[in-house]
Design a protein around this ligand. Structure first.
Ligand code: SAM
Length: 320
């Protein structure tokens, strides 16, 4: 399907992708991208194991998580190195992709900050706004096969999508394909486990939070999403591909933070736990047991000082 170009003066950018452009969808076409269970909407993209809802309430949750992450990174939507790339661009009309865009909040904010660049949000479901900024286009496609032309992008951003990835090899292959030589790729993910900031035994201090993530991780493995306790899988595949150099990698501990940042994240993580309820129900867990597991996680978040989660970021550059 040809991409729907919203901005006449950017028409030289098309055809960009063979995906479905969200803005061109009728309400019937939109509806076919969703299925309803437990009174919530989920994506209907068969092969993707992503288990969280895809409805307006979930998009609001993603927006609050976005705000928490942005707040943590000093009110910016990118790290310092990416900031250099964006503020001193080699090309005045940079093209930027956000894979697994969700509500599209990152894209929408970036498009306002960088009005001369063109942004493309890609997701398996039409969850972003249907009336984006002129320099934004939302496409429905899996991130493993985006449908964009080879070497189309200067920068690819991918945040919190690991629940929809069974194998990083095709993901890295696709990112290498759509990036230009020397283009940048940035990924950010939560590890699905908890730690104690002081290195003490988390199983003893926060057994309910440990149990929650252990069960979630096991259920995701049954959907063929690999466990990645150290957050090393993506980097290993990037390096094996011999198409990227890893410029920077970081594990940041978050939650144990004091003050507004900590509060923001504790609330965001409690909502994150709630969003897993349907994965638990789908897996045969009773409503009562699912609630108990989630409540236990929230309890530990509230009462265990120094309990942390880890945010892993990777910045890589495509080789020539
Ligand atoms: C947790 S949300 C994160 C959204 C956004 N990146 C953010 O940080 O706010 C994950 C999003 O990735 C999408 N997703 C998961 N697996 C995907 C895949 N294989 N291809 C495309 N999108 C995917 C989901 O539909 C969902 O919208």
């Amino acid at each position: 399907m040809p991409a729907n170009n919203l901005n006449g003066n950017l028409s030289d950018d098309s055809p960009d992708s063979d995906g479905e452009s969200m803005s061109s969808l009728s309400s019937e076409e939109l509806a076919r991208h969703f299925q309803t269970r437990y009174g919530r909407q989920f994506h209907s993209y068969g092969m993707v194991p992503y288990p969280l809802p895809a409805d307006p309430a979930e998009m609001q949750r993603l927006d609050r998580m976005h705000d928490a992450v942005k707040h943590f990174f000093g009110g910016r939507n990118y790290c310092e190195r990416v900031g250099q790339l964006l503020h001193e661009p080699l090309d005045a009309r940079m093209r930027i992709a956000d894979l697994g865009t969700g509500s599209g909040k990152w894209v929408d904010e970036m498009a306002v900050e960088f009005p001369n660049f063109k942004f493309y949000g890609v997701d398996i479901a039409p969850t972003a706004t249907q009336e984006p900024e002129e320099n934004v286009q939302y496409e429905i496609n899996p991130l493993q096969a985006t449908g964009f032309d080879r070497g189309y992008f200067h920068f690819v951003h991918m945040r919190q999508t690991s629940l929809g990835i069974t194998d990083y090899v095709p993901v890295v292959r696709e990112i290498a394909r759509i990036l230009r030589p020397r283009g940048y790729f940035y990924s950010a993910e939560w590890l699905r486990r908890v730690f104690m900031a002081d290195g003490s035994n988390v199983e003893q201090q926060a057994p309910l939070a440990v149990r929650f993530f252990r069960i979630i991780d096991r259920l995701m493995q049954s959907r063929h999403v690999p466990s990645d306790p150290e957050g090393q899988l993506l980097v290993a595949v990037l390096l094996q591909s011999q198409q990227f150099e890893v410029v920077h990698m970081e594990h940041r501990q978050i939650l144990g933070e004091q003050g507004a940042v900590g509060l923001h994240f504790r609330n965001a993580f409690k909502e994150y736990a709630d969003a897993f309820k349907y994965l638990l129900l789908d897996s045969g867990c009773s409503e009562g047991n699912a609630e108990q597991l989630i409540t236990g996680f929230k309890h530990d978040i509230d009462v265990v000082p120094g309990l942390t989660v880890v945010y892993t970021t990777v910045l890589a550059r495509k080789l020539l």
